[in-house]
Design a protein around this ligand. Structure first.
Ligand code: DGP
Ligand code: NA
Ligand code: NA
Length: 207
């Protein structure tokens, strides 16, 4: 019998919302509970496109808004065959950022939202998007932003507004990241458990 396909779980949210910590915790938990699970992250800075993106984020290299937008998208496209193979092989994928970050961070610069959406049309559609939020209070308690290009308070507020526009309640779950790491993990784990036991049908495409 052919293995049931794995589920695609995407984490989205602003910088410092706790995505990376929660992605790692969820992947561990899934494995402990006997599920096959792999963790991926975008941008994937290890490919040649990823290296250009890394230099851009580190402010070592400039790119036009259009070029960097297309490179972020290409960085996702170059992973599609691998993701398809993993999912069809029964692996659940946990992904730290995806096309929604692509749109949110570019549109926050004032770029046209519809233009921004186009390059990611046809990527594998997630079965669930975990959208992590953080209240102002909690955000200011966390360590300061780093040095990277987008890590500024005013810019993050614009990004958040675009994420709110992209929010699709049919497959997004908003998770408040204000609680302790374990509390937040518990919320995420219950949302994801539902998806894992559901029959989501064949892989679908964005958008
Ligand atoms: P991270 O490694 O998750 O902290 O992401 C690096 C930074 O890049 C972060 O500020 C979010 C931003 N980012 C992630 N994906 C995209 C994308 O597709 N397009 C743009 N413009 N920015 C992105
Ligand atoms: Na970051
Ligand atoms: Na992160």
């Amino acid at each position: 019998m052919v293995a049931r396909r794995g589920k695609l779980i995407v984490f989205e949210g602003c910088d410092r919302s706790g995505k990376s910590t929660q992605c790692a915790k969820l992947t561990d938990r899934l494995r402990k509970e006997g599920h096959k699970a792999e963790l991926l992250k975008f941008p994937d800075r290890t490919t040649s496109i990823g290296l250009i993106i890394n230099n851009y984020l580190a402010n070592k290299e400039d790119q036009s808004d259009e070029v960097i937008h297309l490179l972020f998208s290409a960085n996702r496209w170059e992973c599609m065959q691998k993701m398809t193979n993993l999912l069809l092989g029964g692996n659940n994928l946990v992904i730290d950022r995806y096309a929604y970050s692509g749109i949110a961070y570019s549109a926050a610069k004032g770029m046209d939202l519809n233009w921004c959406r186009q390059p990611d049309v046809g990527l594998i559609k997630p079965d669930k998007v975990i959208y992590m939020t953080l209240s102002e209070n909690k955000a200011s308690e966390r360590a300061d932003f780093g040095e990277e290009r987008y890590e500024k308070k005013e810019f993050q507020a614009k990004v958040e507004k675009i994420f709110e526009q992209l929010h699709d309640p049919s497959y997004w779950q908003v998770v408040n990241g204000d609680g302790s790491i374990d509390e937040v993990h518990q919320d995420i784990f219950s949302a994801v458990s539902e998806v894992l036991s559901a029959d989501c049908g064949p892989l679908q495409k964005l958008w």
